[in-house]
Write a protein that binds this ligand. Structure first.
Ligand code: ADP
Ligand code: MG
Length: 279
C-alpha cells in the first residue's frame, strides 16, 4: 500500500498493483498532450512514471517545463548511467523519462524504446513504489521497437488516440492489428477532436467496428496551445478550466476501466468502406 500526501494535505490510499498503461496513436494526433495531462491528474493522489517512447522526445516537456535529455543521448556520453541521469522529477513529482531515437535518417526509430526499457529495468526503476506508469508510443510506424511496451509485458492495457480523420483512423486500425497480434488488452479509443463534421460519431462507430469502445472525448481547445507555449500542462496552467476537467475525467475513466478486448481490426477494403460511409 502506498500513500501519497496530496497538495490538499490528505492521505489518499491507493492499490499496490501498478497500473501500466500504453497510449498509442498516429504522430501529431495528441498523445503527448493527453499523456502529460492525465499524468498530472494522477499525480494528485498517486506516484506516476511517464515514459516517452516517441523519437520526438517531447512527451514530458509540459510536465518537466523543458526538454529532457533522452536515454539514448545520455548513453552516448556515459556508459554507466544512473537513475538520476535518466529519470527526472516534473510537475507534482511525476517521474519523467524520454527514450529518444536516433538522428533522423539513421538507424531504427524504435531502438530508443528497447534501449530505454533495458536500462530502466537494470536501474530497477520499475521496482520503485509506483502506482501508475504511462507509456506514450508512436503507432504509425511499423517497427518492433514500438511494440516493446506491449510485447515485453511492460504495459497491461492499451488506449488508442484518434480523431475522425482518415489517416488517424487508418493508423488506429493498424495499431489494432498490432495489439491483436500481441494479444494485448485494448481498453478503449480516445477521441481527440480536430473539429471535423460528425467526428464523435465516426470515432464511436470505428470503436464499435473494432470491438472496442470510446473511453473519452477531448474537445479541441486553444488552452492546449496556451499551456504548451509555457511548457505546462493544461492542468497546471488552467486548473479550473473545462478542458482540464475533460482530462481529469478521462484520467478517472481510464483508471477505473475494467473492460478490455482483443480488437478486431478491419481489413483494407472494410476500412475503406467504413470510411466512405460517412462521406
Ligand atoms: P503527438 O504526441 O500524438 O505527436 P501532441 O500531443 O504533441 O501529439 O499534439 C500535437 C499538436 O496538437 C500539439 O501542438 C498540441 O498542442 C495540439 N493539440 C493536441 N490536442 C489538442 C486539443 N485537444 N486541442 C487543441 N490542440 C491540441
Ligand atoms: Mg508526442
Amino acid at each position: 500500500m502506498n500513500n501519497k500526501i496530496t497538495s490538499h494535505g490528505t492521505d489518499v490510499p491507493s492499490t499496490n498493483k501498478t497500473k501500466r498503461i500504453a497510449i498509442y496513436g498516429k504522430g501529431g494526433i495528441g498523445k503527448s498532450t493527453i499523456v502529460s495531462n492525465i499524468a498530472a491528474a494522477y499525480s494528485q493522489d498517486h506516484n506516476v512514471l511517464v515514459i516517452g517512447c516517441d523519437p520526438k522526445a517531447d512527451t514530458t516537456r509540459t510536465l518537466y517545463g523543458n526538454r529532457l535529455p533522452t536515454v539514448l543521448n545520455v548513453l552516448k556520453e556515459k556508459r554507466q548511467a544512473t537513475v538520476d541521469d535518466v529519470v527526472f522529477e516534473g510537475y507534482n513529482q511525476v517521474m519523467c523519462v524520454e527514450s529518444g531515437g536516433p538522428e533522423p535518417g539513421v538507424g531504427c526509430a524504435g531502438r530508443g524504446v528497447i534501449v530505454a526499457m533495458n536500462l530502466l529495468e537494470k536501474l530497477e526503476v520499475f521496482s520503485e513504489d509506483l502506482d501508475v506508469i504511462i507509456y506514450d508510443v508512436l503507432g504509425d510506424v511499423v517497427c518492433g521497437g514500438f511494440a516493446v511496451p506491449l510485447r515485453e509485458d511492460f504495459a497491461d492495457e492499451v488506449y488508442i488516440v484518434t480523431s475522425g480523420e482518415y489517416m488517424a483512423l487508418y493508423a488506429a486500425n493498424n495499431i489494432c492489428k498490432g495489439i491483436k497480434k500481441l494479444k494485448g488488452n485494448l481498453g478503449g479509443i480516445i477521441c481527440n477532436c480536430k473539429g471535423i463534421e460528425n467526428e464523435e460519431e465516426i470515432v464511436r462507430q470505428f470503436a464499435q467496428q473494432v470491438e472496442s469502445k470510446v473511453i473519452g472525448v477531448i474537445p479541441r481547445s486553444e488552452l492546449v496551445q496556451k499551456s504548451e507555449i509555457e511548457a505546462k500542462t493544461v492542468l497546471e496552467k488552467f486548473p479550473e478550466s473545462k478542458q482540464a476537467e475533460f482530462y481529469r475525467k478521462l484520467a478517472d475513466d481510464v483508471f477505473h476501466n475494467e473492460e478490455f478486448t482483443v480488437p478486431h481490426p478491419m481489413d483494407i477494403e472494410e476500412f475503406e468502406e467504413f470510411f466512405r460511409g460517412f462521406h
